[in-house]
Design a protein around this ligand. Structure first.
Ligand code: S3P
Length: 434
């Protein structure tokens, strides 16, 4: 599938983008090992979260739905998962495989976890290392990549783990293994990362301490089913925060968006660039802060992106690079080497696409320098990465000629219906299926 985009357009209207991917995954995982029935609404019916649903069904968990974002997870308790009959296919989803590696390390049965070509290139040593320190037996392919074989029947010990990189997936993996370990498991992180696992565990009645930067829990407890209202995903909203910021005359309201402070780097960075973004109707829904976000066109200027914002905007950099390309002056990003091991090498993939559009940029080992200027048109390769595809789609708002974005199938991993929704808001997008 490819996107074809006519240049120009104005973004306006009111919309609720699909549910948060991180929270959707966790609602299934924790719901499955809880006692009782967890009702989830606002669930993201994207391929990544559906891979998590399929994995738990394969382990004997009854999950009704999803139907219009609603599902019911019939929890089987901490020790009620059943051995799956075949390897669990995690598709494109790094969150599924890394969090499940932790959760499955403490089971009585063995499992094999695999995924698509992109996932099978991503580093798993970062979860294997701490799990082995806890006593897990886990093997990967030679390059430290999937498939993973997680051996059951191991006794896990609580450890303290000082995360070598800012990764919520690694933190969550260790904490989920910690549920099954003897004693306390604790982690420290080099910088705060998304804390949905900690918040949701507490929502399920499981105590998680967070003091002086040390996050910890004791193994051996139980989770009590709860209801979860998944907010709209700020990572999906980000494309429209940028779209409305760069397209003159735009005025957009994004409703019910999750604004967890560990996720709002994109708002902070865009505001530093001069964006006109305001939060309305701030409230808390099921332990997660939520707001309606109004964004209006404003001329942007290049900035040096503050280092501490990097983990708080880690998934939003492809969209932010488009903002930088449309800004006046130079934007510098450093300290973002994690972007190289996402669904694609996002620094290289974005630099290649920006160069196609005639934008000046310099690739750094851990970031990029982008000089704002006019955007031409051209044919963009997405490297099978959903966020690269959506970023270049919105770039068309400021392009001088047509943009074709090739290979957009992966958009449905995180944002099913992106093209129709974007068209409704004013993006001149059409889809061609080969
Ligand atoms: C996620 C954590 C981040 C993020 C990913 C989702 C999560 O990955 O990029 O999209 O749900 O925990 P890392 O932990 O690799 O930074």
């Amino acid at each position: 599938m490819e996107f074809q985009l006519l240049p120009g357009g104005v973004i306006s209207g009111e919309v609720r983008v699909p549910g948060d991917k991180s929270i959707s995954h966790r609602s299934i995982m924790l719901g499955a090992i809880a006692d009782g029935v967890t009702l989830v609404s606002g669930f993201l019916e994207g391929e990544d979260a559906l891979a998590t649903v399929a994995a738990f069904r394969a382990m004997g968990v009854t999950i009704e739905g999803p139907d219009a974002g609603e599902l019911a997870v019939h929890g089987v308790g901490m020790h009620g998962l059943q051995p799956p009959l075949s390897p669990l296919d995690m598709g494109n989803s790094g969150t599924s495989i890394r969090l499940l590696a932790g959760l499955l390390a403490g089971q009585s049965f063995s499992t094999e976890l695999s995924g698509d070509a992109s996932l099978c290139k991503r580093p798993m040593g970062r979860v294997i290392d701490p799990l082995r320190l806890m006593g897990a037996r886990i093997e990967s392919a030679g390059a430290g990549t999937p498939p993973l074989r997680v051996h059951g029947g191991q006794r896990l010990q609580g450890i303290h783990y000082d995360l070598p990189m800012a990764s919520a997936q690694v933190k969550s993996c260790v904490l989920l293994a910690g549920l099954y370990a003897e004693g306390r498991t604790s982690v420290t992180e080099p910088a705060p990362t998304r804390d949905h696992t900690e918040r949701m565990l507490r929502g399920f009645g499981y105590p998680v301490a967070s003091e002086n930067g040390v996050i910890s829990l004791a193994g051996g407890g139980r989770l009590k089913a709860t209801d979860i209202d998944v907010p709209a995903d700020i990572s999906s909203a980000a494309f429209f925060l940028v779209a409305a910021s760069i397209a003159p005359d735009s005025d957009l309201l994004l409703t019910h968006v999750g604004i967890n402070p560990t996720r709002t780097g994109v708002i902070t960075i865009l505001k530093l660039m001069g964006a006109d973004i305001s939060l309305k109707n701030q409230r808390e829904v099921g332990g997660e802060p939520v707001a309606d976000i109004r964004v209006r066109y404003a001329p942007l200027r290049g900035i040096e992106i503050p280092l501490e914002q990097v983990p708080l905007a880690i998934d939003e950099f492809p969209a932010l690079f488009i903002a930088a390309a449309c800004a006046d002056g130079r934007t510098v990003l450093r300290g973002a080497e994690e972007l190289r091991v996402k669904e694609s090498d996002r620094i290289a993939a974005m630099a290649a696409g920006l160069a196609t559009l005639g934008v000046e940029c310099e690739v750094l080992e851990d970031g990029i320098i982008i000089d704002g200027g006019p955007l031409g048109g051209g044919v963009i390769d997405t490297y099978h990465d959903h966020r690269i595809a959506m970023s270049f789609a919105i770039a068309a708002l400021r392009a001088e000629s047509v943009i074709r974005v090739l290979d957009c199938d992966h958009v449905s991993t995180s944002f099913p219906g992106f093209d129709a929704l974007a068209r409704g808001l004013g993006l001149q997008i059409s889809t061609r299926v080969d």
